[in-house]
Design a binder for this molecule. Structure first.
Ligand code: GP9
Length: 410
């Protein structure tokens, strides 16, 4: 309706002001390449952790020491899984309650990373060693600023790990292609080896997982393989002279889908409580490596996938006018709201877990200071704000409003 459109427009106008907030990181990576890696089913609970005395992700742990590492970072994907994560991070809007935006609205234009970066003179490319039609990627990318898309057939045969070309040859071959690009470039790589059900070939199972078995053990083996691929990729970027010319961003796309609470909390070294399980299950790592290791450290701030694109613009010192992105720039913004599609949310002070029936008062409100349940009304304001954001996002997507609003501005 007219009213909904007005509400959305007003919301973006206000939101745009918060994106302009200053910080010491404003423009720190001006003109640099952006290399962003979306890691398949990559949770956070095993980062910086050991199993039977062995580091599960030694290369990522090493990289974190030189990077900004957000440990309270959440995935916000829903039914569209990997495609939802891509949509959240690239277009900075929420997924839908059912299906994948890539599949249902892939013909539409949004106002995302590749669109804005290509306008700013960047070469833009996506890499994924699988069928280009999966999740309707080739359609979505074409409409949203990706100048190149390298899919399965664009990669040479190499070591198979998991379902397809392993992440090790995948990253290496992607770098071969990146080397030929005009700089600056935006390269978006989507890994695949650590895909459910995590049945990685036995020659790549390097961890001694005595005491663990089945799918959980396979999962740890898979993420260990992907970690190795990342270590090799970082070395190669250094060798090619791309490391200090680029910002590297890495995050997990969605949870690993295995509900083994006792194993998960044990690896993370926390008590097996409903709140911890809920958080660990939804937390994925966010790692941002800036040239010269700027800003390195562990960040406690609560943030989500939706916040990645506006944060990149802040680091690049880009302030596009009338930007239709819903996320926040997390390096300067003090408080932050992470909204999950089915009504749960957290703002770092409370964590609200929605009930199956969706009735607000049937949900659970946790106070994150005490880690105890509190009066559900303590979560009401955040809940209302979350609903508002999801509704605006739905209107933007289902009403094709980016195109309509941008048309009006011309
Ligand atoms: C396939 C891959 C997996 O191309 O990205 O998607 P998922 O099944 O995890 O949503």
């Amino acid at each position: 309706s007219k009213e909904d459109k007005k509400k959305a427009q007003d919301w973006f106008k206000e939101h745009q002001k918060t994106l302009a907030a200053n910080s010491p990181y404003d423009g720190i990576a001006k003109g640099k390449n952006i290399i962003m890696i979306q890691l398949e089913a990559f949770n956070n609970f095993f980062i910086n952790q050991k199993v039977n005395g062995q580091e599960i992700t030694p290369n990522i742990n090493k990289l974190i020491k030189d990077s900004m590492y957000y440990k309270n970072f959440y995935h916000e994907a829903a039914q569209g899984r990997t495609s939802d994560a891509e949509f959240l991070t690239n277009e900075s809007m929420y997924p839908l309650t059912s299906g994948s935006v890539y599949v249902r609205y892939g013909n539409q234009k949004f106002d995302g990373l590749a669109t804005n970066l290509s306008k700013a003179g960047y070469t833009t490319a996506a890499f994924h060693a699988y069928e280009k039609s999966f999740w309707n990627r080739y359609v979505m990318y074409q409409n949203n600023g990706m100048q190149h898309f390298f899919g399965k057939d664009d990669f040479k045969p190499g070591e198979i790990a998991g379902w397809a070309l392993g992440d090790r040859p995948f990253f290496q071959q992607a770098i071969d292609k990146m080397k030929t690009f005009d700089q600056p470039f935006y390269s978006f790589m989507i890994s695949l080896t650590s895909h459910h059900p995590y049945e990685i070939q036995s020659q790549y199972k390097e961890l001694n997982l005595e005491g663990y078995s089945g799918i959980f053990a396979n999962y740890l083996q898979s993420v260990h393989y992907t970690d190795k691929a990342i270590g090799e990729m970082v070395e190669r970027l250094k060798k090619e002279g791309l490391w200090d010319k680029s910002v590297l961003i890495m995050y997990g796309d969605h949870d690993y889908g295995v509900k083994e609470d006792a194993n998960m909390t044990k690896i993370a070294g926390v008590e097996n409580t409903p709140l911890n399980v809920e958080r660990l299950y939804n937390q994925v790592p966010l790692i941002i490596h800036l040239p010269n290791d700027a800003g390195k450290g562990i960040y406690e701030k609560t943030a989500g996938q939706l916040d990645i694109a506006p944060t990149i613009f802040h680091l690049l010192g880009m302030k596009p006018n009338n930007l239709y992105m819903m996320g926040s720039n997390i390096v300067s913004k003090e408080d932050n709201l992470v909204v999950f599609r089915y009504g749960s949310f957290t703002n770092g002070k409370v964590y609200y877990k929605a009930s199956q029936d969706g009735v607000f008062s049937n949900g659970i409100c946790y106070d994150l200071k005490t880690e105890q349940e509190t009066d559900v009304q303590q979560c009401k304001a955040g809940y209302d704000e979350s609903r508002e954001r999801l509704t605006i996002s739905d209107h933007m997507i289902m009403g094709n409003l980016v195109t309509e609003f941008e048309g009006k501005q011309k």
